[in-house]
Write a protein that binds this ligand. Structure first.
Ligand code: MN
Length: 437
């Protein structure tokens, strides 16, 4: 488990003044990574670190050669159009670079004069995928989501008996994952109404989002080896916001017996910034399994997982309709939740995924599953908020929705707060639905 160190100190401030503003997503305690370039330019995409209202250009940092040892090796690796090599170097290198960046960006740093010209305004950059995602697995770790969705798809049998024993997941499609700003046509496919005799074909009528976290693997494991529960988090490079767009009507017809397929593989969107596992250390909380529920099998059980396996990452989701855009009104918030409600921890997901010898490669991604909280207002999908499409949701400007319409933009944000520590944020992930082709 990552320990608290001097990079988390609430009293640290930066010579980048905007990083010291209350409520800023990117104070010096955060230091998330993305792959970026100047907007509308032909520059090479390369690694960057967010600080206040700016991106610190790792190309400039690497060539200034102001770091040494593992930190310098790490910044050279991160100065690339994909962060996979850096992510694969492991925790000692990630941590060395974080410490060096913190030192270089803090108020009074001797390195300020060298790095002054390495900052580019966030408003003036565009992003690429932060890494190549070779393989992507989506979990289902919110028992509230699993129960709510289960009761819509199987009213008589909402939560299947394996749920409380096995961290449920399926292997998803990595090729259709794109970075925030993604647009995609409404998917088409087969659907069958419960009272219809045969399925019909056409554009999805029940298009939905899923409020999730993406979890990026860093150092992988050899095929045949297992990552034990106490080592699991050392393999996790960091976290992003993740919208797992879902076609509910396709899903309801196709999902049995092998799980989601075309309902999920047409688009998924990640936020550009990866908040590192180390940055999240102050926001960890106890992981609790209700005493009336089955306790985890031994390979999924550990003291440190009990003590600090959960992370209080707060998330919210908002919608901006075409009308809101045209009239210049603010997006309408749909719900707010936290990853602390997850039934399984990240360590349990990583260990379970590899317990059979399955191998991870640097840059592989896990979806957390839709993070619905215990209350209806904390639901992480429209399927739940509209109770299966039966109850329309009234937006701030009076518009109604049961599912997403063409032109709708979905905006998810994430942040962490803990007493005695600074607030850090994830930025946002945004995506917009185009009409079916
Ligand atoms: Mn999902």
């Amino acid at each position: 488990m990552t320990q608290i160190n001097q990079t988390h100190d609430i009293d640290l401030t930066s010579w980048v003044e905007s990083a010291n503003r209350a409520g800023c997503d990117f104070p010096i305690q955060n230091l998330p990574f993305a792959v970026f370039r100047t907007k509308d330019s032909n520059e090479e995409f390369r690694g960057g670190v967010a600080i206040g209202d700016f991106v610190l250009d790792l190309d400039k940092v690497a060539s200034a050669a102001i770091f040494s040892g593992k930190a310098q090796d790490a910044v050279i690796a991160a100065n690339a159009p994909a962060l996979n090599e850096f992510m694969g170097m492991g925790k000692d290198y990630w941590s060395a670079l974080r410490a060096a960046l913190s030192n270089a960006l803090k108020t009074g740093s001797e390195q300020q004069s060298v790095l002054g010209n390495a900052l580019i305004a966030l408003d003036n950059v565009e992003y690429a995928m932060p890494c190549h995602i070779g393989d992507y697995t989506d979990f289902y770790t919110s028992i509230y989501h699993a129960t709510a969705v289960g009761s819509l798809f199987r009213p008589d049998n909402p939560l299947l008996p394996n749920y409380k024993w096995v961290p449920i997941g399926y292997h998803g499609r990595a090729s259709s994952i794109d970075v925030s700003g993604q647009t995609f046509p409404r998917p088409k496919g087969q659907t069958k109404a419960p009272d219809a005799e045969v399925p019909s074909f056409g554009p999805c009528k029940r298009l939905d989002y899923e409020l999730e976290l993406g979890i990026y693997l860093g150092k992988g494991n050899e095929l045949g080896d297992t990552i034990g529960i106490n080592d699991a988090e050392d393999h996790v490079f960091g976290f992003c916001l993740f919208n797992d767009w879902s076609a509910r009507d396709l899903q309801a017809w196709e999902y049995q017996p092998l799980g989601p397929f075309l309902a999920k593989n047409f688009a998924s969107t990640v936020s550009p910034w990866i908040v590192t596992t180390e940055a999240l250390a102050p926001y960890r909380t106890q992981w609790h399994r209700d005493e009336n529920d089955p306790q985890p099998l031994e390979y999924l059980e550990s003291t440190s997982n009990r003590e600090a396996g959960a992370i209080d990452i707060q998330m919210d989701v908002a919608i901006e309709t075409t009308k809101m855009r045209d009239e210049g009104t603010a997006p309408s918030q749909l719900s707010q939740s936290s990853f602390k409600h997850s039934y399984w921890t990240v360590a349990q997901m990583v260990t379970h995924h590899t317990v059979n010898g399955c191998n991870f490669l640097p840059g592989d991604m896990l979806g957390s599953g839709t993070q619905s909280g215990p209350e209806h207002e904390e639901a992480g999908s429209m399927l739940e908020l509209s109770r299966g499409g039966k109850q329309s949701i009234t937006l701030a400007n009076g518009e109604q929705r049961t599912f997403l319409e063409d032109g709708d933009k979905v905006i998810m944000r994430g942040w962490c707060e803990a007493s005695g520590y600074n607030r850090i944020g994830f930025g946002s992930v945004e995506g917009t639905i185009l009409p079916a082709k």
